[in-house]
Design a protein. Sequence first.
Length: 289
Amino acid sequence: MTNEQTAIKATYFSIIGNTCLALIKGMAGFFGNSYALIADAIESTTDIFASFLVLFGIKYSNRPADKNHPYGHGRAEPLITFIVVGFLITSATIIAYESISNIQTAHDLPKPWTLLVLGAIIIWKEYSFRLVIRRSLETNSSSLKADAWHHRSDAITSVAAFIGISVALLLGKGYESADDWAALFASGFILFNAYLIFRPALGEIMDEHVYDGLIENIREVSHQVEGIIDTEKCFIRKAGMKYHVDLHAIVNATITVKEGHDLAHKLKDRLQKELPELGHVLIHVEPHK
C-alpha cells in the first residue's frame, strides 16, 4: 500500500468515526442536559469537515509534477492544514461563547448516564488518535497529523466534560454550571492544540531547518557510494509527503565532467533507493581540495 493510500484510508476512518460520534454526542447532550457534550458534538461536526479537507489535500498534494508545478503539488498539504486550524479556532470560539452564556443561565443537572457515554467516547478517541498519528508518521503527512490531533483534542475535551459532569452530579444543586466550565476549559485546550498544529505547518511553508536526522541519514548513504569523498551543504524542504534535497558532494578534482555527472546520478539513484521518502534530489559536485 502506498503512502497516499495509507493516508486516504486513515482519513476515511476519521470521517466515519467523527460522523457517528457527532450524532451520539449531540443526542446524549440534548437528552442528558449536558452542554459539555453538546460542545463536544460541535467539535466533532467541525472535525468531519476538516477531515474532508484533509482528504482533498492528500489527494491534490500527491498529483504528479507538471509544467507549472515542476516540484509537484505537495505544498497544498500545509495550506489545507491552515484551513483545518481555522476550523478548530472557529469551534473553540463557538464553544467558549455558548459556555459563558450557559454559565450565566440557570439550568438542570446533567443526567448520570451521560458519564457512560463520555467514558466510551474517551476510549474511542484516544484509540483513533494513536491509529491516525501512527499513519501520519508512516506517510510524512502534516495534514494527517493535524487530523490525528483533532482526535486527541476531542478526547481531552471529553475528559473535561466527564470531570465537569461528575462535579455537578456529586456536589448537586448550585454546581450545575460545572459542566459549562468544563466546556469553557475545553475551548481553551482546543485553541492551544490549534497552535501546536499550525506551527509545524508554518515551518514547512517557510522551509524551516528541522530535518537534522534525515540529513545524517543522507550523509551516511552518500559515504557508501564509491567515488564520493565527502558531503558538504545539505538543504531539505518538505512538500506533501516527500522531502526535496539539495546536496553538495565532494569528489576527486581530477575526474572529467562526464565522470562527475555520472557520479552525481549514481548518488541520486542510491539516495532515492535507500530513502524512499525523498522526492527531487539535486546533487552539486564540488572538487576535493
